[in-house]
Every structure is written in C-alpha cells, then in structure tokens.
Design a protein. Structure first.
Lengths: 57, 254, 222
C-alpha cells in the first residue's frame, strides 16, 4: 500500500468507525424506545409514565 | 420532550433540538477538516504527506485522554457525592460509561492511525516505543473497564465496582506511562528519531481545527450514548416491574 | 489494626494449608509453564538463559492469577463474606490481611520457580541480595494489585475470564520492572537493578493505599 493509500485508509477508517458507532447508538436508542413504548401500552402501569414526559437531563 | 416530538410509529429517539444542531455542526466541521487536512495543508518538509495522518492521530488521542479523564472524574463524583443522593447519582455512572466507550473507540483509532503513519515514516506498522506500548495498555485497560460495566450483578454493585476500577486505572495509567517510558529510554536502540514535526502555519490551523471537530463529534457521541444508557436502565427497571407484577399476580391467582 | 491484618492473613493461610492448593497444584503448574517455555523456545539454552527473568515472572503471573481467584473463592463460599463483614474488622485490615496471605503463597510458588530457573535454564545469580529484594518487591506489588482486582471481579461466574483481563494491564509495570531487576541480578544486563526494585516497592505502596481505601465501599453491599 503506497502512501496515499495509507492516508486515505487512515481517514476512511476513522470516519467509518465513528459513523458506525454513531449509527449503532441511534439505532439502539430507537430499538429500546420502541420496546419501552410497547411495554407502556401493554401493561398500562403508571410506572413509566412520569419519566417519559420528562426532558432528557 | 424528545419522545413527544417523535413522529408517530417511530419509538422515542435520543435526539433533541440541541443535539440536532450539534450533529449538524459536527458534520460541517468534518467536511471543513477534511478539506484542510487533505487539500489545503501543505506537505511537511520532512514527513511529506504523512503529516496529514497526524491531523487524525493527534486529536484522536487527545480526545481519548479527555474521555478517560471524564470517566475518572465522573467515577469520583459517583463514589463521593452520588451515593448520598436520593437518585443514587446514577447520572455520574452513566457519564462514566458513555465517556469510557468513546475513549476506547478513539484509542483504537489512535492505534490504527498511528500504525498507518508509522508505515509511511518508519516503514513499519509497529515498534515497541514508549508511546505505542502505553497506548496499547491503555486500550486494553479500558476494554476491561467496559467488560466490568457489564458485570452480571446488582446494578449498584456494578456501578460501584466500575467507579473504583476507573479510579484505580487513573492511578495506574501514569505508573504504566512512567515505567514504560523509563524502559524504552534506557533501551534506545534504533531510535527512529522522527518524532512529530514542528507544526506551524496552515498545518497548525489544520491540526487545531481537526481537534475542534473531533471534540464536537465526541460530544455528540457521548450525549447520545448517555441517553441510550438511560434508556437501557429504564428498560431494565420496567423489566423488573413487570417481573414483580407477574409474581404478585401468581400469588393472588393461585 | 496490625493484629486484625495478621488475623485475616492467618485465616487465609490456614485454609490454604488445609487444602494445599498452592503447593499441590499451582506450584507444579508453574514448573509446567517453565517446561513449556523450553518447548516454545526450542530448548535454545542461550535464549532460555537470557529470557529466564521474564519467563519467571510470566510463570508467576499465571500462577498468581489462580492464587488470587482461590483467595476470593474462599470468601464467597458458605456466606463467608457476610461473616467477614459482620466481624467488625476494618476493611483496610481485611485488604492488607488478604494481600499478606497472597504474598506468602506467591513466595512459596516463587521458591519452586526459582529452583526451576536454576535447574532448567541454567540461571546463575550474580547478586543474590538484588534478586531476593526484587522478588519481594514484585511479590508485594502483585499481591496488593491482585487483592484489589480480585475483589472487583469476585462473586460472578465471569470472574475467571474477567480477572486476568483487568489484572494484567495493572501488573504489567510490575512484570516489566521485576524482569529488568532480575536481569541485572543475573548479570545479563547493566541496568540499574536497584532502581527498578525501588519502582516495585513504590507501586506496592501506591496500590496498598488505593486498595485499603477502596475495600470499604467494596465490602459494603457486596
């Protein structure tokens, strides 16, 4: 691998890794959010209600 | 607030207006940083184009150190202030975890970008110099920390032990740094000599801007990771509530 | 406080004496490790002699992790950890007592390994004082680190894989310094062996302090 290749690889891997991590975080957030959303309507308990309405701290 | 704004049919997301702005700025900054690093910045007199990799390698390790410092600070706060609070200071613990994960990612990138830079300047991906050796140990140390954070145990026990390990690591990392440094300066055989170049002018600006970009990106990552950790806790709590209710239903029914 | 430390150490050593795990199983394992190193290095006598210091401490590392695991196994059996908490002994004393027991156990392991070095790797010791003091320093440092991290990883099924992962980065400087000191003691290098030995005692002191403070919160609710 020549020099240009190394540089592109360096930048590319960095951006890709950060991008994948960011995407993973967002997708995991959505997945859990869905799970919590479903859970909330099923058992109808008020256990989660108060928290859901609060702003993210 | 995030949940109420979520479009119907999609679960709550971890975004808020503030973080959307942050994310947008991060993307813009990245584009500018790429331009500066790959196009605008001139070649270095000694290293040639290899210096462009330093615009990734140097900021990334600074961010890693900063993240681990944040982990240590949050852990100390958790142990000394958090546990006396009514909410048991879980936000300190979440911050410690989010920061450490970010730190591990950036340390990994440090090793990769450093290896690629080394390939160009030294002709080899690795050498046992003080900095590389210390960085590898740092990487594994915090991978261990993340493993401890997933300990199958009571959440309070888990958080407490993680916090203690974070502080023990805060003590250990300088010890590792010192011993490895001493070791390698005593055995300075083939000193590849080339440290980092003197960075001035456009190169300095590129480096500083890159650092700023990385900081913004890391902040975005940490905020969102923190929120997801909180979601994970909520999920665990609800699982616990459901299990308790099921148990109570059993008792009443039978 | 000293009395309590000795009390806890005596308890651990008594359990060890009755079960003979370190002497009966871990020491032979240490010898095995030395033998396997000979296979790995193709029984190259010159190479083995040069590497003897490092190989010794790697063998100590393998055995030491097992001894640490054993040290905390005896606590989680039969509600012993509750008994310890209720005993009224100060957590720092418990920490130092367990570390002291580890020191004794590791020392017995190292005696066997040392004999192995002399026999298998043709090690010749130029400076016995340096070798012995360095071994003491390394053992103290390893023991306090092992006790702290053994507690962090204790009581869960993943302990066996988690403990080495957490412990080795922490004892890496100990291995490094101890090996350099041994090489100087064996006349294989002109390094300042006593300086490296000093570092070992410094690390031991630092982690003795960290562990003493950390054991309070650690023992609280388990």
């Amino acid at each position: 691998m020549n020099n240009a290749g190394s540089i592109i690889a360096g930048y590319g891997i960095t951006i890709a890794a950060i991008g994948f991590y960011a995407a993973w975080i967002v997708m995991r957030g959505r997945a859990i959010g869905e799970q919590l959303g479903i859970g909330r309507s099923d058992d109808g308990s008020s256990a989660g209600e108060g928290e859901k309405g609060s702003t993210w701290t | 607030m995030g949940e109420q704004n979520a479009p119907a049919g999609q679960g709550p997301m971890t975004a808020t207006p503030a973080t959307r702005v942050l994310g947008g700025v991060a993307v813009l900054a990245t584009v500018v940083a790429l331009l500066l690093g790959l196009v605008v910045s001139p070649k270095d007199v000694v290293q040639g184009d290899a210096v462009r990799l330093l615009y990734v390698h140097v900021p990334v390790i600074w961010i890693a150190y900063g993240s681990f410092g944040l982990t240590s600070l949050a852990s100390a706060l958790y142990l000394w202030r958090g546990r006396r609070r009514a909410d048991s200071g879980r936000h300190y613990d979440r911050l410690a975890g989010a920061a450490a994960e970010c730190g591990v990612l950036f340390t990994g990138l440090t090793l990769i970008s450093g290896a690629l830079w080394g390939k160009i300047t030294w002709g080899t991906y690795w050498q046992w110099d003080a900095r590389l050796t210390t960085t590898v140990l740092l990487f594994i140390t915090y991978i261990g920390y993340l493993a401890l954070r997933r300990l199958p145990a009571d959440p309070t026990v888990r958080s407490k032990r993680s916090a203690i390990m974070a502080l023990a690591s805060f003590v250990n990392v300088p010890i590792v740094h010192f011993s490895v440094d001493w070791w390698r300066t005593l055995h300075q055989q083939e000193s590849f000599g080339l440290g980092e170049p003197e960075i001035t002018g456009e190169m300095l600006w590129s480096l500083l801007f890159s650092t700023l970009t990385m900081t913004i990106v890391a902040a975005w990552l940490m905020v969102h990771r923190y929120r997801v950790i909180r979601l994970e806790e909520m999920l665990d709590d609800e699982g616990l509530c459901a299990a308790i209710e099921a148990r109570q239903a059993e008792a009443v029914g039978s | 406080m000293l009395g309590d430390v000795l009390l806890v150490a005596k308890k651990d050593l008594l359990i060890e004496w009755r079960s003979r795990i370190t002497i009966g199983q871990i020491a032979p394992l240490g010898v095995l490790v030395l033998v396997v190193f000979a296979f790995a290095l193709d029984a190259n006598a010159e190479l083995l002699e040069r590497a003897a210091g490092g190989l010794f401490w790697i063998a100590v590392l393998f055995g030491g992790v097992l001894v640490v695991q054993r040290s905390f196994d005896v606590e989680s059996e039969d509600g012993n950890d509750d008994a310890l908490r209720l005993s009224g002994i100060e957590p720092p004393a418990i920490f130092l007592g367990k570390a002291l027991a580890l020191v004794v156990q590791l020392a017995s392991l190292e005696l066997v390994l040392g004999a192995g070095l002399l026999v298998f790797f043709n090690t010749s010791v130029e400076s016995w004082p340096l070798a012995l003091v360095a071994a003491l320093g390394g053992t103290l440092a390893f023991s306090v680190c092992g006790t702290l991290y053994g507690a962090l990883a204790s009581g869960v099924r993943v302990r066996d894989t988690l403990l080495p992962l957490l412990l080795i980065p922490v004892v890496a400087p100990v291995l490094l310094a101890a090996t350099r000191a041994f090489e100087a003691a064996f006349g294989l290098s002109t390094d300042a062996g006593w300086n490296w030995t000093g570092l070992l005692f410094a690390i031991a002191a630092i982690f003795a302090a960290v562990g003493s403070v950390a054991f309070g919160p650690l023992l609280e609710d388990g």
